[in-house]
Design a protein around this ligand. Sequence first.
Ligand code: IPM
Ligand code: MN
Length: 359
Amino acid sequence: MHKKIGVIWGDCASKEIVAQALSVLEAIEKKYGHEFEYTKILMGGEAIDEMGEPLPQSQLNLCLEQDSVLLGAIGGPKWEGLPGHLRPEKGLLKLREGMGLYANNRPAKIWPQLSEASPLKKEIVDQGIDFIIVRELIGGAYFGKHELYEIDGEKIAMDTMPYSEHEIERIGKIAFETAQKRNKKLCMVDKHNVLETSRLWASVFDRLKEQYPDVEYSTMFVDNAAMQICKNPSQFDVIVTENLFGDILSDEASEITGSIGMIPSSSLGETSNGLYEPIHGSAPDIAGKDVINPIACILSAAMMLRYSFDMSKEADDIEQAVDSVLTKGYRTADMMSEGMKQVGTKEMGALIRKEIESC
Ligand code: IPM
Ligand code: MN
């Protein structure tokens, strides 16, 4: 198969992980006779430096022409002081919105080999951690009005958090369908004791749940959910929530699995052209040192094969290769524990690639 892949190399340590993901994809290309055609796309700090803004229209257009887009991570201290509309993150938000990617899928799954690296107690980890956060990605506070004004010499800031029934319903459908393909449990996380948007979410979900009688549906307040994720994560199968809550809870969920460096994500809308990226950031503190964990980016490439290209065998190969390398005791610094073999970014990528070639 021939597929066009947009590649956003990203900022700081990001290029190191994207290089490893592309090397793994090359092994898949050879093994299965596919042809992946790559187009370099500038977004984030790199786009600010070279083109003066975080996502120029030409670069968004390029993304829209691809079969899918792979991203490392963007941002860093170099661009910290810039005004809001010129920050690297703005490029990512514009990209998500421009591609219509409303459904962000963030798995929180513990690899048994890494259970030692989880900060949770062994008896909690042993109950199993395997759930997915379906995060609404192009609504809410991220895309509301952001204003800074002054009254009588005092500064006042305001961010609004709008949601329409349509926006809630389309993410709701994805969440129920995701639950149907898994253990058929869906928990909608909100704050309906305080927020009007949450009350609208709850009423839309109450309507939707009638169409999915096979799914066990519940709701939970976001503060309680933050606690339950540490206290009893095995109760969750699929969590669905709005944009900002999803951002916060997904970082928490990734950490309990042992390392945020292991968690990939997919973002999809109405078409199969999606965006695939690790959930971690661009790790400026370790850039250029060959220590960043490339696995989240490699697993993001696997998700791209599975969800956008319908290549499940190829995706299985990558996931199994990661599994074998972990079983053999190889670890990057972020997931090191006693008795394991520490390797750098490039070596980790090469080990995974070798597994794919040999299986
Ligand atoms: C993420 C990131 C982004 C977000 C930032 C970089 C804008 O934290 O993908 O989780 O908040 O969505
Ligand atoms: Mn985040």
